[in-house]
Structure formats: structure tokens, C-alpha cells
Design a protein around this ligand. Structure first.
Ligand code: UDP
Length: 234
């Protein structure tokens, strides 16, 4: 497969066209942003960790029946994926209170929740990814009702699969963000699953092994990313 022109550069990844019309190549960068781009920095080696970790988890999810954009890893930082049309939604699952939920609701970080929460944000940097609900999705035709049924079904199933998988590695999955796309009429999981997009706490010590170390200047940022990839891939 030939890597052709760059189609897009995001905050953490670049996307390139290929000589296959339905395939693009993602290249993961070490750039890190937080608070809607207000805080910028570099996490050395992050791109490699996120590429490997995301691919590992996407393969696991495929085996468990979740359709994903994953095709094949090409190098430490590059992966071939299906060229999908991304739904303009961030799909967030919460198992414990943290982050924007804690702030918005005045609930202390780490508080257990009586049920799993699924929520949506509208993917729009200029608007700061505002919180929306399923009526906004329908009213603005961001996705069809049928597509949203799949999104919900997959998101909860992914939470069950990943929570169990991480727990086995001594890590609690606190919350995470998913993005889905359309590919040949079907909904598939896209984007990435990594310490950039999940909150991951060590079960024994409670140590944060995710991007909150960068967001909150907790130190040992690179180490946390390396620790996660080590637990997953040995
Ligand atoms: N998240 C993400 N990208 C975003 C917003 C959130 O990957 O643009 C992830 C975040 O890492 C966390 C989960 O989604 O694991 C829930 O994030 P939250 O809504 O609490 O927002 P944050 O605290 O990141 O502002």
C-alpha cells in the first residue's frame, strides 16, 4: 500500500490517503493537548503507545464481534484503517465520576455510579465539544435513529469487554470516549482507544495511568503511557 497526500492533521494524529480508495493511513504524533487545546505539550513516545494499544484493543473488540475501522499496523506509529465518515459525536461512557462529570455535577472524583452513564458531545472544537442528548442528534440529523441504536449497543458492549480486560491487568476503566464512523452503510468503531481517551487507574494504588497526568501536571506522564502498553503487550 502506498502512502499518498496528507488529508487532515488533528491534535494527535495525521491522516493520509493511500492508493486504495477505501483505505487511509493514520500516523500518531507525540503532541498532547488538553482543555480544548488551551494546554499544549509533548509526551515523548505517546504516538507509539497509542498506536500499539489502540490496535491491540481494536483487534480484541473485532474478535468479540464489534466492527472497527482497523485493517493493519504498518509501523510503530502508522496504521491502515478503513476510510470512514466520522459521526460528529463523542460517545462517552462513565463507570465512576471523574473529569467534566465531577465538575458539572459537583460529585467527587472516584465516586461510584449506580449505573453506567452514556453521554454525547457534539464534535466541534470551536464550540468546545458541547454536551448534547439524543434529541439534538435527531433534530440536527447528526445520525439516524438506527445508527444511534448501534452506537449505544456497541458502546455498552465495548465497556463490558474493556472493563473486564483491563481489570485482569490490574487497571480500572473509569471512563472513556469513543468515535464511530459509517463504512459501506454500517456503523464501525473508529478513532482510537488509548490513555489519551480513557481514564485508567491502577487497582491497587489508585495511580492514574492516563492523560490526566498531563492535564493535571502530576508528573511521570511518559512512564504512565509506557506502563499501560507494558501491561497490555508485555
Ligand atoms: N475524552 C476524550 N476527548 C475529549 C473529551 C474527553 O478522549 O475531547 C475522554 C477523556 O479522556 C475521559 C472521558 O473521555 O476518559 C471523559 O472525559 P470528560 O467528559 O470527563 O472530559 P475531560 O475531563 O476530559 O474534559
Amino acid at each position: 500500500m502506498k502512502k499518498l497526500e496528507q488529508l487532515y492533521e488533528g491534535k494527535a494524529k495525521k491522516v493520509f490517503a493511500t492508493d486504495h480508495a477505501n483505505t487511509v493511513i493514520i500516523e500518531y504524533k507525540d503532541d498532547a493537548t488538553a482543555f480544548n487545546g488551551l494546554k499544549k505539550g509533548t509526551i515523548s513516545g505517546k504516538g507509539v503507545v497509542n498506536n500499539k494499544m489502540s490496535n491491540h484493543l481494536f483487534k480484541l473488540l473485532e474478535e468479540k464481534g464489534i466492527p472497527t475501522h482497523y485493517i493493519e499496523q504498518l509501523s510503530d506509529r502508522e496504521t491502515a484503517v478503513k476510510r470512514v465518515e466520522i459521526l460528529p459525536l463523542e460517545v462517552i461512557i462513565r463507570n465512576r465520576a471523574a473529569g467534566s462529570f465531577s465538575k458539572r455535577m459537583g460529585v467527587a472524583e472516584g465516586t461510584p455510579l449506580h449505573c453506567v452513564i452514556l453521554e454525547y458531545s457534539y464534535k466541534d472544537d470551536e464550540l468546545g465539544d458541547p454536551f448534547i442528548n439524543s434529541y439534538y442528534v435527531r433534530a440536527l440529523q447528526l445520525a439516524s435513529d438506527q445508527e444511534m441504536e448501534k452506537v449505544k449497543e456497541y458502546a455498552f458492549r465495548i465497556n463490558e469487554i474493556l472493563s473486564a480486560y483491563f481489570l485482569n491487568l490490574g487497571v480500572e476503566l473509569i471512563d472513556f470516549k469513543l468515535e464511530f464512523g459509517r463504512f459501506q452503510g454500517e456503523i464501525v468503531l473508529a478513532d482510537e482507544i488509548s490513555p489519551d481517551t480513557c481514564r485508567l487507574w491502577d487497582v491497587k494504588t489508585g495511580k492514574k495511568l492516563d492523560k490526566d497526568r498531563f492535564r493535571q501536571d502530576l508528573g511521570q506522564v511518559e512512564e504512565a503511557y509506557q506502563e499501560m502498553v507494558k501491561r497490555l503487550l508485555g
